[in-house]
Design a protein around this ligand. Sequence first.
Ligand code: F6R
Length: 608
Amino acid sequence: MCGIVGYCGKKNAEDHIIHGLEILEYRGYDSAGISVLNEDGKLTTVKRVGKLEILKDALTSLHLEGHVGIGHTRWATHGIPSDKNAHPQVSEDGSFSVVHNGIIENFIDLKSKLLAKGYTFKSDTDTEVVANLFQDYNTGDFLETAVKVAKDLKGAFALGIISSHYPGELLGLRYQSPLVLGVDDQGTILASDIPAIMDYTKDIISLENGEIAYCQEDQRSFYSFEGEEIQKNMEHIDWNFEQASKDGYAHFMLKEIHEQAEVIKKALDMKIKDGKVSLGDQSFSKEELASFDKIYFTACGTAYHAAEVGLRFFEEILGLKCQSEIASELKYYQPFIDDKTLLVVVSQSGETGDTLAAMEEAKAKGAKILAITNVVGSSIARQADKVQYCFAGPEISVASTKAYTTQLICLYTIALDFGQKLGLLDDQTHQAYVQDLYDLVGKVDLLLRREDPYKDLAGKIKNAKEIFYLGRGIDYLSAKEGALKIKEISYINAVSFPSGELKHGSIALLEDGVPVIFVITQESLLDKSISNIKEVKARGAYTLSIAMEGMDQVDEVSDDVVKVPRTNPFFAPVLAVLPQQFLAYETSLALGNDVDKPRNLAKSVTVE
Ligand code: F6R
């Protein structure tokens, strides 16, 4: 997704902006650009389609000198990737320069009005409209002009703006798209993501929806979209750059897979005190819980797969039928959500547009929101009634791994917290679950040390046109996540469905050598799963089973088997996902793909 970096202060703007954009490269982009204002108010803009290196080459001969600037890495939404569509977008007279994340939904209306006034446009972007609005509304006061422009904009936007009329000034506007400021006594860095400013400072100020940051030389102040000054608090973040770097691993994905024992333990330590789940004021009281008659779960992608597993455990503990829905669907279909509903929202980034939209819609209907997210201060965290953090640390690889397992830990502990408060769990059962959760740490660690088979297994599936991922019960939910992982980084089509469904049509696709991956961790469904393996082998398929230790019959019928330690059946997805993550990683590598930045994907999908 797009990245914004701006600078206003005493230091060289270009250096800080380019460095910040380099850090944001992991988000995925198709073009990049920068505008810098020099002391005399001359605005220079350079944009290039392609990698940041191309932009940097173009900048070497220019020596942009200036203390104010904005930069951007773009992932196309309006208009194809091209130099003209790259950001910054400059107003017709060249005096305003704008970088933008998000979508201006009413840009066609705004553009028609500007066209009618005689403005011409050079790009296909919605952002150029904003630049021209600034020119059109310019009052001689930068902040006042921004207030007028903000009133006209509909949609989602994080904006950075500089102008030759206002040398030494930088504006940031935020609505539904994240924007943070890193501050020190030398100046301000404006960015869409915290990693872009971590090298500069650890002191940050997050903008809320409807807020403007007005930076002038090394100072800054904050205003609402109505132009009223507001006071903002500074936060100190404890992430460091090392945490966000690869730490010696070939890829972020591999590093993040290997961090899972550690982050699961951290998440448990943060949520369990004296052998019992204790979520403090970031959970609901017994009275509040008693007022809910429905629990819904929503999320996208991997986070949704975690939510589906969590739902099963909620149902087990609470004895209440729960409902899950993909966020992009839930937004438009919520007939049963009301003020007696609890909506559990799961999002690694806390910025996913679909998830945020579904949550806002439910909130408007009176539902209470419990968010599970990895990013402190993210939009979802700020808008939820209660927030449970994953404590997974920054997840850089586009393919989500450690976020999934820590989301599961959050979901399990929340269910235990609810069960405890509602008197549905006796102490002994509660403590047994807690012990099972802590035991996962050692079991994950064990699996991480047994990395070896995956390279060979990847060799067996890498040339397949499609792969089947099957399982029964909760194993089907694990298989869905395995299929998503392989699709997104190996680009092999993978389909997942409950094993029992195979004979109702899809078995027609099976022929010699088609890989079928089974997840089998539920003892009670073992016999049925064995029959399914035999069924596909009889059609010549290659079978790889991910099964629990002790399930020896699986070895007899499968071509290959990866065993995971035994655990509580509800917690098995935490273990079953690891071989599937490794397999996806090794397959992607074997195919020569860009593991951390798969094509067409971005880490954070902030547009709906
Ligand atoms: C897959 C993946 C995506 C995300 C989805 C939701 O590996 O990363 O499917 O899980 O886009 O993102 P968040 O969790 O940030 O809301």
